[in-house]
Design a protein around this ligand. Structure first.
Ligand SMILES: *Cc1c(COP(=O)(O)O)cnc(C)c1O
Length: 380
């Protein structure tokens, strides 16, 4: 008997998530000074964390001998008040990634289907496969979710539909009217997971609370990793009907959100000025990157998130060619060239967009650095 015989077969074929490269890793691998490297690869907040959140996290560290409040009382109170919901409707998690996994625990069995866009956040597919269910991928149209096609992909086996808006990696959004009509037309055996990781970057994010109030099967997911700048602490949350929330709570670990993260998240919510400034500076940074790419003759996808897709190659050239600009692997090549120059971005071949890179909006200085390094990296 080999080890493989003992293993759940879903694990043997489970793909592995490829994260953005940490600065220290790139410094070690390429012999660069970490202080000269900038990371624009994981949609982190260019302004760092809210200083008030950092102060709260420091204070919480002094009580690190105590288990956290497994019920996240203060955080759920605060979120409920902010969203005009009740605490039993809120499920904090170890990043919103944990909420995605909890949805799998609660709803997915082998043979079930989960519908998702392609390209969309890869974790939807990973979670679906992990629970032995089948990912049903629906191509985006003009880099935007095609809601009619998503609806048409729903079958009697569909349990979950994942819809991110804005989407990662494209940065595109669907309108509130479109999303509400789509959600209202879903059959009752389907749960809609509406991923709002970047909602706070929008002026008027779609509001799905009326659907929740109607008792529809909708779970909205948010995170402190993006606009609140707390990605390292791993805290996000879902809000939904009290019935679905109770099911998600059953599937989670007793202390899934640590005390440092809870304290920091509460303080971050109170620091509305920081979140507003993050959104404002992000818009300015997006405009800077879009104008810079236009000046370089590089196509971008209009984004409403804190990242931008940039086409660095010509898809008309066959992907077997290994030449410079125009190569089918141009995203990977430009990614590597930028990395050598101390700028970490995200290649998009894992999302089947090998001509593109995804770049997080940085500070004005970081954006300028990227735009300065980009021409030589694209030329190869
Ligand atoms: C970043 C991101 C998340 C959030 O992940 P966390 O686990 O909260 O850090 C969720 N969904 C999408 C689409 C994202 O891009």
């Amino acid at each position: 008997m080999t080890l493989a015989d003992l293993v759940n077969p879903a694990i043997l074929t489970q793909p592995v998530y490829e994260p953005g490269k940490p600065i220290e890793t790139v410094a070690r691998e390429l012999g660069l000074d970490p202080a000269t490297i900038i990371k624009l690869a994981s949609n982190e907040n260019a302004l760092g964390p809210s200083p008030k959140a950092v102060a709260a996290a420091r204070a919480a560290l002094g009580e690190a001998q105590l288990y956290p409040d497994g019920g996240c009382f203060a955080l759920r109170q605060k979120l409920a008040a902010r969203l005009a919901l009740t605490p039993p409707q809120i499920v904090p998690g170890n990043g919103s990634n944990e909420l995605l996994e909890l949805l799998g625990h609660v709803f997915l069995r082998p043979g079930d289907e989960a519908v998702m866009g392609a390209p969309a956040f890869v974790v939807y597919k990973l979670v679906t496969l992990l629970f032995g269910a089948k990912p049903v991928e629906v191509p985006l149209v003009n880099h935007r979710h095609d809601l009619a096609a998503l609806a048409a992909a729903v079958t009697p086996r569909t349990k979950l539909v994942f819809l991110p808006s804005p989407n990662n990696p494209t940065g595109t959004a669907n309108t509130e009217a479109e999303i509400l009509a789509f959600a209202r037309a879903l059959p009752p055996h389907v749960v809609l997971a509406f991923d709002e990781a970047y909602a706070e970057f929008l002026d008027n994010p779609p509001d799905l609370r009326p659907l929740i109030a109607e008792g529809r099967h909708v779970v909205c997911l948010r995170t402190f990793s993006k606009i609140y700048g707390l990605a390292a602490l791993r805290v996000g949350y879902g809000y939904t009907t009290p019935e679905i929330a109770a099911l998600l709570h059953r599937a989670r670990q007793p202390f899934n959100v640590n005390a440092i993260a809870q304290a920091a998240a509460c303080a971050a919510l109170d620091d509305t000025e920081f979140a507003a400034r993050s959104a404002r500076e992000n818009r300015a940074g997006l405009a800077q990157l879009e104008a810079g790419c236009r000046a370089l003759g590089l196509e971008t996808v209009p984004s409403v998130a804190n990242f931008l897709l940039i086409r660095v190659g010509d898809p008309s050239t066959p992907s077997t060619s290994s030449g410079p600009a125009g190569s089918g692997q141009s995203g990977a090549r430009v990614f590597a060239a930028l990395q050598k120059r101390g700028v970490i971005v995200r290649p998009l071949q894992p999302y089947a967009m090998p001509e593109w890179i995804r770049v997080t909006v940085g500070t004005a200085v970081q954006n300028e650095r990227l735009l300065r390094e980009l021409p030589a990296a694209v030329r190869g």
